[in-house]
Ligand binder design. Structure first.
Ligand SMILES: [Zn+2]
Length: 280
């Protein structure tokens, strides 16, 4: 069983709690019945801050399951306004919000779902100027960004700040998931050292596919935080959801990786991103 995250990365800005309120005990009763989670795991979730980059079909749905599970604080980061063609997968959004910033609707929906947690909404894209400040208050990051420029910036920041990152990406009916712990597992650059040009028009996506990946990403974070089960450390889960085929692979941990290797480079130059696996 993994070591609970909060015992090793005590940087959360959430005030440390040692007890649950009666409302929290009632709200989380069914999941606390799980062996390996229990009240102790629930308190660890309560004391955790998670950064989620992206609030689309992937990030928004992952944030939903972190929120209802009781992660104490979520920091949601995404610039841009809701488009009507987002609505086939972005389950935190509503039709009357088209044309308005997605991240604030995500904050509103999640707050209604679980008023016991804190949701911070940041209406910005991830850049090399803001990523370190965004990550600093967080104990864990979920990489659900819409392109690999943002993904690589978050990966490098997680390596710099020694924080775990759940990496979830998809392309059409295929999805990829792993959990990166700096110093212990390959980082995102080890996994994908070369990235082909991103199709700026995006790819076909079905909400049930992004939602499936999002649920698994949220589960990875919950496992890492609480010690429940076994997270995908150093393993890449590949999913062909058109054929319902799942496989685990051991990605190469590059000893000379420019990001997590012995002589890391600063990733400040524009990157020729991204690989055809991005979120939505
Ligand atoms: Zn690396």
């Amino acid at each position: 069983m993994s070591t609970p995250l909060t015992s090793t990365v005590p940087t959360s800005t959430v005030p440390t709690s040692t007890v649950l309120t009666p409302t929290e005990v009632e709200r989380y009763r069914r999941q606390m019945m799980l062996p390996g989670l229990g009240e102790a795991g629930q308190i660890q979730l309560k004391n955790t801050t998670a950064l989620v980059t992206g609030v689309g079909g992937l990030g928004g749905t992952a944030a939903l399951y972190l929120a209802v599970a009781g992660v104490g604080k979520l920091i949601l980061v995404r610039g841009g306004d809701l488009q009507r063609d987002d609505l086939n997968r972005q389950v935190l959004m509503t039709d009357d919000w088209v044309g308005h910033p997605r991240v604030f609707k995500a904050q509103e929906t999640l707050t209604k779902l679980n008023p016991d947690i804190e949701i911070e909404a940041v209406c910005e894209y991830v850049t090399d100027n803001n990523i370190d400040a965004l990550l600093q208050p967080a104990d864990i990051a979920l990489d659900c960004a819409f392109d690999f420029k943002e993904r690589d910036l978050l990966n490098a920041a997680c390596v710099r700040q020694n924080k775990p990152m759940v990496e979830a990406a998809m392309n059409s009916m295929e999805a990829y998931l792993t959990t990166i712990v700096p110093g212990k597992t390959p980082c995102l650059t080890c996994l994908f050292p070369e990235k082909p040009t991103w199709d700026r028009w995006g790819f076909g996506v079905l909400g049930a596919v992004s939602g499936t990946l999002a649920c698994l990403a949220a589960l990875e974070a919950i496992k890492l935080i609480t010690g429940l089960g076994e997270p995908l450390l150093g393993q890449l889960l590949t999913m062909d959801l058109a054929r319902a085929e799942f496989a685990k692979r051991r990605p190469y941990h590059d000893p000379n990786c420019p990001v997590c290797g012995p002589a890391p480079r600063t990733l400040s130059a524009p990157l020729t991103m991204p690989i055809p696996v991005a979120s939505c």
